[in-house]
Design a protein around this ligand. Sequence first.
Ligand code: NAI
Ligand code: 15L
Length: 268
Amino acid sequence: PAPRTVLLTGAAGGLGTLMRGLLPDYGYDLRLLDLRPIEGEPDAIVADLADKEAVREAVRGVDAIIHLAGISLEAPFEKILKANIEGTYHVYEAAREEGVERVVFASSNHAVGYTPRPQGDDPLIPIDTPRRPDTFYGLSKSFGEDLAQFYWDKHGLETVSVRIGSCFPEPTSVRMLSVWMSPADGARLLHAALTAEHVGHTVVYGSSANTRLWWDLSTARALGYEPQDDSEPYAEKLIAEQGELDPENEAHACLGGHFVTDPPIWPY
Ligand code: NAI
Ligand code: 15L
């Protein structure tokens, strides 16, 4: 049967807030979890992913998990280790112990951030392109995808790993014209990821059907995802303000954008 009760981790965050607004229209009953309390949501679980018991309790009785919680940008390794690597492990262990059969994991384009973006008539980037994380953050997403594969192979726990591009109300950079996922398409993709049958561990790119798309959406479409949005209406204004991407600039030439060229955050 289609999942109904879904644990949404990271529910206080940007994406969590957008999805809290949109997913109930698909019939989901959301259980919310975050490190931070959420205004107007007294039933939300306030817990740290580091707390294995609290995570297990949060997972008990749900049909599926949308796992968004974690550090969403580059940070010192120790912090990424705790929140994203150990935290995601706790979510998977809790799911296994409680018999939850499906996770939707918020991976990121930064797991493949050093991949050169297509230029001219280059083909779209396939989903099986070698992973090339651009940060410790991207490495944690790479780990999350491997963890998901392992829990499928070892324990039969299914995951859709979504390499999200940029899911914000509007695209705000020329790069985002290629990687933007509208919130409405985000909800469509999460719904597809929750309801598609026999996903095993499936990896998909998460974006709208942008005219300037860089990657192959076929694995997402195979789940039943039919994106309805395109960033193109924003193109003229953004390009007038910021100029076209410069292929000589590494931050413009790779999928990961400025994550590729930002100085590392110390201490390692
Ligand atoms: P965000 O930073 O706004 O939200 C993350 C939430 O996770 C925060 O509310 C934070 O309090 C919570 N959190 C952090 N550490 C935690 C811990 N140890 N225990 C419990 N909760 C914790 O990030 P955003 O943009 O909402 O992203 C959500 C997820 O999607 C993240 O995993 C991010 O890496 C991923 N993602 C988002 C993209 C986007 O375009 N928004 C793009 C690619 C990936
Ligand atoms: C991400 O993974 C981040 O979580 C998000 O804040 C954006 O920076 C996004 O990637 C992006 O690449 O635009």
